[in-house]
Design a protein around this ligand. Structure first.
Ligand SMILES: NC(=O)c1ccc[n+]([C@@H]2O[C@H](COP(=O)([O-])OP(=O)(O)OC[C@H]3O[C@@H](n4cnc5c(N)ncnc54)[C@H](OP(=O)(O)O)[C@@H]3O)[C@@H](O)[C@H]2O)c1
Length: 295
């Protein structure tokens, strides 16, 4: 049987010519995402708080022939977020195709024990910074003509787990923000998605597993997975890259158009039926359908 070759020259399956920012990319999931996006052809900029770690990563990626730049930014500081966007705008000439909101932190405690400072550190890094950075990135994403935002959420944002309440709230907020972003920025040709991994062995997870109650929480989630093991950073990065590909944008749009068309046909059909029924019941059914199916 003749082998079918996937042509990476096909623009729909390539990130060549595209620009990306991945936050918190010196290790773990962010590091894997950078490699995945750069291997698909994107020029990537990274940020983290430690300059030495950034330098080591850039050296490693240079050796692999990947186009990656980086700068220090503590995402908890509003001024540093603004500075990061200025640097990015100058490197990428005002155009950004992909924003990956990856950096995050956590402190595991029981609800009763969290201090105001803990809450501000977790929400500031995991949610406020994502919101602000996304706002700052809007002109650059719009200018690219083909923008994609992927935020790394967590299973903790979907499911209640012990000792994760603030982290969970930050990821739950991120999930809802992603839906609002998708709705408001679609007109600017900017897509928004969130990826919510289960446990992946990284420094973040290591610190969770070494904290009181953290290891039980993690074991509980892993035991509920079908594969019975933790995920790997490369498995998450593959999904992120997939969501950024132009091919996905097209199919999402088709699906939305299909649902929209189906909705309109159904509602039209129900309205027409109402002309033959004096009690207007079909009008009500029509409106309910409109309410629930509208996108
Ligand atoms: N690992 C898991 O099991 C898991 C599961 C679900 C979701 N996630 C999510 O996946 C994402 C990546 O997690 P990970 O496990 O790969 O974490 P990680 O190994 O701890 O890496 C975090 C990265 O973010 C950077 N960072 C942390 N705070 C920062 C700040 N204030 N400003 C700038 N950079 C900062 C770190 O560098 P510096 O410390 O040098 O700044 C590092 O590069 C997070 O959003 C996390 O919530 C992870």
């Amino acid at each position: 049987m003749a082998e079918t070759k996937l042509s990476f020259k096909d623009k729909r399956w390539s990130l060549h010519g595209m620009t990306a920012l991945v936050t918190g990319a010196t290790r773990g999931i962010g590091h894997a995402i950078v490699e995945e996006l750069a291997e698909f052809g994107a020029a990537v900029h990274i940020c983290a708080r430690n300059q030495d770690d950034i330098d080591k990563c850039l050296e490693e990626w240079k050796g692999k022939g990947l186009t990656v730049t980086g700068s220090v930014c503590d995402l908890q500081c509003s001024d540093q977020r603004k500075r990061l966007m200025e640097i990015l705008s100058s490197i990428f000439h005002g155009k950004l195709n992909i924003l990956v909101n990856n950096a995050a932190t956590t402190i595991t405690k029981k609800i009763i024990d969290y201090t105001a400072e803990d809450i501000s550190t977790i929400m500031g890094t995991n949610f406020e910074s994502v919101y602000h950075l996304t706002q700052l990135a809007h002109p650059l994403l719009k200018e690219s003509g083909q923008g994609s935002i992927v935020s790394i959420s967590s299973i903790a944002g979907l499911k209640a787990l012990p000792v994760f309440s603030v982290y969970a709230a930050s990821k739950g907020a991120m999930n809802q923000f992603t839906k609002n972003l998708a709705l408001e920025w679609a007109k600017d040709n900017i897509r928004a998605n969130a990826v919510a991994p289960g446990p992946v062995m990284t420094k973040l997870l290591d610190s969770i597993m070494n904290s009181s109650g953290g290891d039980e929480s993690v074991d509980g989630i892993v035991s509920q997975t079908l594969v019975g093991r933790m995920g790997e950073a490369k498995e998450i990065s593959a999904l992120v890259a997939f969501l950024c590909l132009p091919a996905v944008g097209v199919s999402q749009l088709s699906l939305l158009l299909f649902i929209w068309l189906l909705n309109k046909i159904l509602v039209f059909f129900l309205y027409r039926l109402s002309f033959f029924r004096p009690n207007h019941a079909w009008y009500i059914v029509g409106w309910i359908c409109q309410l629930f199916l509208n996108i």
